[in-house]
Design a protein around this ligand. Structure first.
Ligand code: 5RP
Length: 294
């Protein structure tokens, strides 16, 4: 039951679709009144020219162990780095497998405490904001498991990151994790995104859904990026990214659909064409095949 409104007319919501939220003085939605340091870090994550980002998520090992396509962080990730805007990873993954000479911003996964073998919402904070800063993170992140057994604890984790991060000008990415018992529809995702935006996260990562993704984005007063989810055929993943951007997402934070692609380096570039240039998915797929053939 993702929406507790029961009153008559509650279904007739007005998201003002077609009326973009104003962004006075700074290019990102909902970010005009942030501190200089937060804006500067967000400008490293989101390209100020396109206003969007391709984030490479490779934090999967923190709950899943050696995920398919990501068995060797040291071999898989470095060739992808030149083709993405930002890295999202764990402390251990970064320190062991990514060169400190890398100049791309890092979004640091700070939550831990659960694996795929147990209840995934039962997380705590494992990496402090000070440690993330010591690793030169551009943002910190944890997931909110709205409606799950440990919903409150996951919101507490995010609150810690937001409160402490604000002291240092360090933005927080809130991830809406969807438990097995939840339906990944616009009602649920819209509720989850809005809850964590109102808590104070600076940007949100959620899943694409249809119908209604445009309303999820419109109801969320901070930038939304999408996770890729399970591995799809490459053209389907590009179509999903295109629809998300076309409906207002400010980028992707994609893992399996890049690193587990037939050719991950070509896929990263094809996703980039969709995100930054709004290239049609068929055109981006041509680009993918061209790059793959080289
Ligand atoms: C899980 C995460 C993961 O990093 C991310 O969602 C995985 O990316 P993808 O679904 O694209 O493989 O944040 O909470």
């Amino acid at each position: 039951m993702p929406d507790a409104e029961k009153s008559a007319g509650a279904e007739r919501k007005d998201y003002g679709i077609g009326v973009p939220m104003e962004t006075p003085g700074f290019f990102l939605k909902g970010s005009a009144h942030l501190y200089w340091g937060v804006k500067n870090r967000l400008s490293q994550i989101f390209n100020p020219k396109s206003g969007r980002t391709v984030m490479l998520a490779f934090d999967h090992g923190y709950i899943m162990g050696p995920t398919t396509g990501l068995e060797r962080l040291d071999l898989v990730v470095p060739p992808l780095i030149p083709h993405v805007d930002c890295l999202m990873c764990t402390r251990g993954g970064l320190r062991t497998c990514i060169s400190p000479e890398v100049r791309k911003p890092v979004v640091m996964r700070c939550s831990t405490g659960a694996t795929v073998l147990r209840e995934l919402s039962n997380e705590v904070i494992g990496v402090t904001v000070e440690e993330a800063l010591a690793l030169n993170a551009a943002a910190v992140t944890a997931q909110a498991c709205i409606g799950a057994e440990f919903e409150r604890e996951t919101l507490d984790n995010l609150s810690y990151l937001i409160n402490e991060g604000n002291r240092y000008g360090l933005p927080t990415l809130g991830v809406t994790a969807v438990g097995k018992e939840m339906v990944r529809d616009a009602r649920y995702l819209g509720l989850a995104c809005r809850v964590i935006a109102e808590l104070g996260v600076h940007f949100v990562k959620t899943y694409y859904c249809e119908p209604g993704f445009e309303e999820v984005v419109a109801g969320c007063p901070v930038p939304v990026v999408i996770a890729g989810g399970k591995k799809l055929p490459e053209l389907d993943a590009l179509k999903m990214a295109y629809k998300a951007i076309d409906q207002g997402a400010m980028g992707v934070d994609m893992g399996r659909n890049i690193f587990a692609a037939d050719n991950p380096v070509a896929m990263a570039q094809a996703v980039g064409a969709v995100v930054h240039e709004l290239a049609a998915p068929e055109r981006a797929f041509e680009l993918y095949n061209d790059l793959k053939g080289k």
